[in-house]
Design a protein. Structure first.
Ligand SMILES: C[S@@+](CC[C@H](N)C(=O)[O-])C[C@H]1O[C@@H](n2cnc3c(N)ncnc32)[C@H](O)[C@@H]1O
Length: 457
């Protein structure tokens, strides 16, 4: 079961806690902090819970649970150490349609208590949907250590100025303005407690935003070869700022899912034979969206400047004086080589590495093949699958040893990665009988021998 993280306002709402021990104490703290009008029912109540309930003036019923206590409650928590009683409580709640949380019984829960990072008024709730509370607690500890202690002050500062900003700026500029505030010195000063100087800076910023109007921007982002964990922090930050995301076929779903929920997602394709949106049209779309004042993330597989036509995409922006940033990504050569355990250079095998494209016209001889043949060099060939046979033939014809090792890496760095090993003489025959899926990358050179001993995934 997957729980949706909804936040309820329990202030003043009748809530019943069944149980009087340590677990009930933890739940009571949570409910009282949320401002619930709490009643506790249990024959015995531990001293700490007793003291807490007294402090908050909560109602106490020293008795066994009775079914009629559930009626009219907003939320009931079954926290006794008797499973049968907890189940009885849960069943009764479900009969009456009252929300229930039952300790250690996810099947009897409509509501769960997430692990919380509390920076009032900012709350971060972490839940494993009742599958692994230990994991949720670890994640919470990580968030706890990376969330500024005073971030609540920043939330309050923003809250007090929201109406003003809405009055002063166009609707479309408001969100961008606040995004720039939370990443600025204003935020730092608020969190450091220097409210006067923060206020001064804030006013300057707001004046500048009013004068400037809204300005669009394009982020040309390298999304890496597939594994979403290979995205850079900067890529993630800019992606989450974008109003529109234009993405290629090679960008994984998991990465696209990291965009803002309200961002427009536009698929522009670009498989070798499927240019669902032609390049000039993509360039124009970037211009159009940015001219409308939007923040546009252009997500490209790998690195935008490696066989990615990234240069062409920003040329128009540069000419139109539209601001842009380029975020490097891990190119397929680096990603695939690392995940295949094939170092691209190695003191004993290769002193240099070259990246080339295999996307040649059928009979073309576009490469200077002779130059590419060097036993102490690694050759990485992008888009080489279709021309594989010809590439291998050309290399051998220009002096490469037919037994030079070759790796063909399929869907590198993803969960479906496959590696096919052969030589210049054999690789085409080896894969002829295999079901090979794009994208694929070829690594040619003596370093491929290391795959046997260095493979790790
Ligand atoms: C148009 S190029 C784009 C390269 C990209 N800009 C980069 O830096 O990786 C597409 C080619 O990159 C290679 N490629 C990209 N991702 C790959 C992956 N996960 N596994 C294997 N090859 C990949 C394939 O050769 C594919 O045909």
């Amino acid at each position: 079961m997957r729980y949706l993280p909804l936040l309820f306002d329990l202030r003043g709402k009748p809530c019943l806690l069944v149980g009087g021990g340590e677990v009930a104490l933890r739940k009571a703290k949570f409910l009282l902090k949320a401002g619930a009008a709490l009643s506790v029912v249990a024959p015995d109540i531990c001293p700490d819970l007793e003291a807490l309930l007294q402090r908050f003036d909560a109602a106490v019923l020293r008795q066994a649970f009775e079914a009629e206590l559930v009626a009219k409650q907003q939320l009931v928590v079954a926290a006794t150490n008797d499973k049968a009683v907890n189940e009885l409580v849960a069943n009764r709640c479900r009969e009456l349609g009252v929300l229930v949380n039952t300790v250690d019984a996810p099947d009897h829960c409509d509501v769960i208590f997430p692990a919380i990072v509390d920076r009032d008024p900012v709350l971060v709730a972490v839940s494993s949907s009742a599958t692994a509370p230990v994991l949720a607690r670890k994640i919470r500890a990580d968030i706890e250590s990376s969330t500024p202690a005073n971030i609540g002050a920043l939330a309050a500062f923003i809250d007090q100025r929201r109406a003003l900003v809405r009055r002063e700026l166009d609707e479309s500029a408001v969100r961008l303005f606040w995004e720039s505030v939370v990443e600025s010195e204003v935020a730092e000063r608020v969190m450091a407690g220097h409210l006067d100087s923060a206020e001064q800076l804030f006013e300057e910023k707001l004046r500048a935003a009013c004068e400037q109007g809204q300005c669009g921007e394009v982020y040309l982002i390298g999304a890496g070869p597939g594994d979403p964990d290979l995205l850079t922090f900067k890529a993630l930050r800019l992606l989450q700022r974008a109003d529109v995301v234009l993405y290629d076929r090679l960008v994984s779903d998991a990465i696209i899912a990291m965009a803002r929920r309200d961002a427009d997602l536009v698929y522009v394709g670009k498989a070798r034979s499927d240019h669902s949106v032609p390049q000039p049209q993509i360039n124009q779309m970037l211009l159009d969206y940015a001219s409308q004042g939007k923040k546009v993330a252009r997500l490209k597989g790998g690195d935008p400047f490696v066989f990615g036509r990234g240069g062409e995409e920003i040329a128009g922006l540069s000419a139109a004086k539209i601001p842009f940033q380029v975020v490097p990504g891990i190119t397929a050569a680096n990603g695939c080589a690392c995940y295949a355990g094939i170092p691209l250079t190695h003191r004993d095998y290769a002193h240099s590495v070259r990246f080339i494209t295999g996307h040649l016209k059928a009979e073309a001889n576009e490469h200077d093949w002779k130059q590419l043949v060097d036993p102490a060099q690694t050759l990485v060939i992008y888009m080489g699958l279709l021309g594989l046979e010809n590439i291998c033939k050309q290399l051998v014809a220009h002096g490469a040893a037919p037994e030079l090792p070759v790796a063909l890496i399929e869907r590198g760095t993803t969960a479906s990665q496959q590696i096919h090993i052969g030589t210049l003489a054999s690789i085409a025959d080896i894969i002829a009988n295999r079901d090979v899926h794009a994208p694929t990358l070829l690594i040619v050179g003596n370093v491929v021998q290391l795959h046997d001993s260095l493979r790790w995934c």
